[in-house]
Structures are given as structure tokens and as C-alpha cells.
Design a protein around this ligand. Structure first.
Ligand SMILES: Nc1ncnc2c1ncn2[C@@H]1O[C@H](COP(=O)(O)OP(=O)(O)O)[C@@H](O)[C@H]1O
Ligand SMILES: [Mg+2]
Length: 378
């Protein structure tokens, strides 16, 4: 549909209308916020965590008792970066022109910040120069105390929270935990896609955040609900999608949010009235082609043995017995011990996703497009 606005988003969040389901998750986040419970939100990347946070914040606008603040610390390399991101987010939520904003300004003025405004987004940017570690810690505490002293309650979502584990400063976790524990008015959502790191941080008795939050594990969207959503969105734009096309999308993308959205987005851009199986297959092929350069790059970064194991997992779609004779023998990929070691390396590189359930451990190629591409090319 040339020139027409594409309703299948593959970035960020826009409105409840273009967002599929997640109602029970929004409700859970809301209940936690109201009951003073912090939440740890986990899922593999591209499942919809960030989208869910924005959906929740959109929903929260209805409740005047709350204000929301979002920071993504993926690119933060230190406590200073963290403070900078948090200050900017606060400035964004409470602009200088508001009373609260003025108060906030007075606090950070003491830090001799350089404030500028991004010339593309117009968003505030801060530069703070510190003398000592102690100053940094004080600033962080000051920011959180400031938030805590507002008349409204505040939900502060910290996306890609696992990054704090890489900060060079010592005891960041303990420091944050100490400050956070004292707050009465601020509720946290800690969000992350490294399940191993997140669960270690929040479930290990040795760690400061141990048992301090409630987990919300984001799963795939229900197939039937997603199918209805896709049909509805197309229909609103006067496009009919055929049943076999719909089935193919959900199967081929494994109902994995980002990939399902991507195929729908591509199909939408190609048609005017009707989406049939052929359109979908062509859309999928084009998406694989668009990503091919990245896939070749992966191959360059892996050893041949790692690449072979990745292909074998892709061809199986899902592997539960990763060291079984049946799997290892079928693809001739070395000894069970080799395969175990290689799989571990692939998990660390986030090329293989390990899902532990009550009854089994499932291995899949993390990126669905890469999985489909390997399956087809080899
Ligand atoms: N419930 C949803 N309905 C429609 N699109 C969604 C939904 N959740 C996520 N998306 C889309 O999927 C993509 C990946 O989601 P994102 O929230 O960035 O995942 P994560 O933060 O888990 O990596 C985004 O482009 C987003 O627009
Ligand atoms: Mg995200």
C-alpha cells in the first residue's frame, strides 16, 4: 500500500489500537504499582517488553495518582551515565516550566550541569562534571529522593537493567538497592532480556536485590488473539487476509512478536486489497534477503563448528536433547561434550536461546529470521 501509513509497528509503541493484547500483563503492572510492589519484567529480546512498558504508561495516564518515567540504560557504561539518563528523563517528565520542574532544576543546578537541547528531538541533554565518587552517589540519592517527595506516585521503569552489572564502580547494586528501599512513592519496573543475569540478580540470596520484586515473565502472544488482531488491523485498512496466509505468518514467525509484526508490515506495504499466501511468502523471502548481510557477518564471527551447530539447531527448529546421539549423530557435529560446549558459547553470544521449562530445556536459534534463513540455505 504505497504511501499509506503502516499500522504494523516494528519499532516502539504508538497507541492501544495498534498494540496486540497484553491486557493481563498491564493489569499486573498496575496492581503492583498500586500495591507498592516492584516488578522484574523478563523475556527474550524482541518479545515486547519495551512496548509493554509504554502500553502500561499509556494506560496509567488514566490514573491521576501516577506519573511515569522511563529510562533505557542499554548504552550506559557507568554510574555517571545512569545519573545523566535519569536526570534527562525527569526533565522530560517535569519540564522547567512546571513547578516541580523548577524544584528539580534547583536541585541539579547545584551540580553545575550544562544543559542543552537535542537539535533533532528537542529533548533536554545534561552534562555533569563530578569530582568524586561520593558526589555521584549523593546525586543519585538526591534524584531518587526528589522523585519520592512528589505529590503523585511515580513508576520508574529501567529498561535493560542488567547493564548495571557492567558498571565499573563497585557495589552499584547494593547502592541502588539501599536508596530504593527507602523510597515510599516510587515503584520500579526492572526490565531485561538477559534471563540468566536478571534471575541471578533478583533470585540469588547473595545479591542485594534478592527477593525484592515480583517477576513478570513475558511470553508469546496467544495465537488466536494475534490472528484476530492482524485480521482486524488489515480490515480497518480495507484489506482482507486469507486464512492460509494468516496461518503461515504465525507458524513461520513462531508467533514471536517482532517477527510477526515485521512480516505483517512487509505484506501491508505490498498489497492494496488482499493478502494471500503468495504475498506472505514473498514478504518473508524479502525480509530474509534484507537481513542476509548481517547473517554473513555472524558466520564470519563464528568458528565453523559453531556455525554447524547453529545450522543443526535451525534445521530441527527446536532441540530438547542437545547432546543426544540422535541429534549429534544426525548432523555429524562432534561429540556430545563438544556440542554442549559450543551450545553454551552460542547462548553467551545470544545466537541460541535456551528456554528452561518445568519438564525440559529447549534450544532454538534466537533470531527467527536467521533460523529460517539457515534452514533454507543449508
Ligand atoms: N503487543 C504488541 N502488539 C504489537 N506490536 C508489538 C507488541 N509488543 C511489541 N510489539 C512490537 O514488537 C517489536 C519488539 O518489541 P519490543 O517491545 O521492542 O521488545 P523487547 O523490548 O522485548 O526487546 C517492537 O517493534 C514493537 O513495536
Ligand atoms: Mg526492549
Amino acid at each position: 500500500m504505497e504511501g499509506k501509513y503502516n499500522p504494523f509497528l516494528i519499532k516502539s509503541y504508538e497507541s492501544a489500537e495498534l498494540f496486540c493484547d497484553r491486557e493481563s500483563e498491564v493489569e499486573k503492572l498496575y496492581q503492583n504499582a498500586k500495591n507498592g510492589i516492584d516488578t522484574t519484567l523478563i523475556s527474550p529480546r524482541r518479545m515486547g517488553k519495551t512496548g509493554l512498558i509504554f502500553r502500561f504508561f499509556d494506560f496509567l495516564k488514566k490514573d491521576k495518582n501516577f506519573k511515569s518515567i522511563y529510562i533505557d540504560i542499554y548504552a550506559a557504561r557507568s554510574l555517571s551515565d545512569f545519573i545523566k539518563l535519569l536526570s534527562e528523563a525527569i526533565l522530560k517528565q517535569f519540564p522547567e516550566t512546571t513547578t516541580i520542574g523548577q524544584k528539580f532544576f534547583n536541585i541539579i543546578k547545584g551540580l553545575r550541569p550544562l544543559i542543552s537541547y537535542d537539535n533533532i528531538s528537542g529533548e533536554p541533554q545534561l552534562q555533569i562534571v563530578y569530582q568524586t565518587e561520593g558526589e555521584k552517589q549523593q546525586t543519585l540519592q538526591g534524584l531518587l529522593t526528589f522523585l519520592d517527595s512528589q505529590e503523585t506516585k511515580i513508576v520508574l521503569a529501567i529498561d535493560e537493567f542488567q547493564q548495571i552489572a557492567y558498571f565499573p564502580e563497585k557495589n552499584i547494586e547494593a547502592l541502588l538497592r539501599t536508596y530504593i528501599q527507602r523510597l515510599r512513592n516510587v515503584q520500579f519496573v526492572f526490565c531485561g532480556s538477559r534471563k540468566d543475569m536478571m534471575t541471578e540478580m533478583f533470585s540469588s540470596a547473595k545479591r542485594p536485590f534478592f527477593a525484592s520484586t515480583q517477576y513478570l515473565v513475558l511470553d508469546k502472544i496467544d495465537k488466536k488473539i494475534y490472528a484476530d488482531f492482524i485480521t482486524k488491523i488489515f480490515r480497518k485498512n480495507n484489506v482482507e487476509i486469507e486464512q492460509d496466509a494468516l496461518d503461515f505468518i504465525l507458524e513461520w514467525t513462531k508467533t514471536y512478536t517482532f517477527y510477526t509484526q515485521s512480516v505483517c508490515n512487509m505484506a501491508f506495504s505490498r498489497v492494496n486489497k488482499k493478502v494471500d499466501l503468495e504475498v506472505i511468502k514473498k514478504s518473508c523471502a524479502e525480509l530474509l534477503k534484507n537481513n542476509e548481510a548481517a547473517f554473513f557477518q555472524y558466520r564470519k564471527l563464528l568458528t565453523p563448528a559453531q556455525w554447524e551447530v547453529l545450522i543443526a539447531i535451525a534445521k530441527e527448529d527446536e532441540v530438547t536433547q542437545i547432546t543426544s546421539k540422535k541429534f549429534v549423530g544426525k548432523y555429524n557435529i562432534g561429540s556430545p561434550a563438544d556440542v554442549r560446549r559450543i551450545t553454551k558459547a552460542l547462548i553467551d553470544k545470544e545466537l541460541v536461546l535456551e528456554t528452561v521449562t518445568k519438564t525440559e530445556t529447549i534450544y532454538q536459534v534466537y533470531d527467527v529470521f536467521l533460523s529460517r534463513w539457515l534452514e533454507r540455505e543449508y
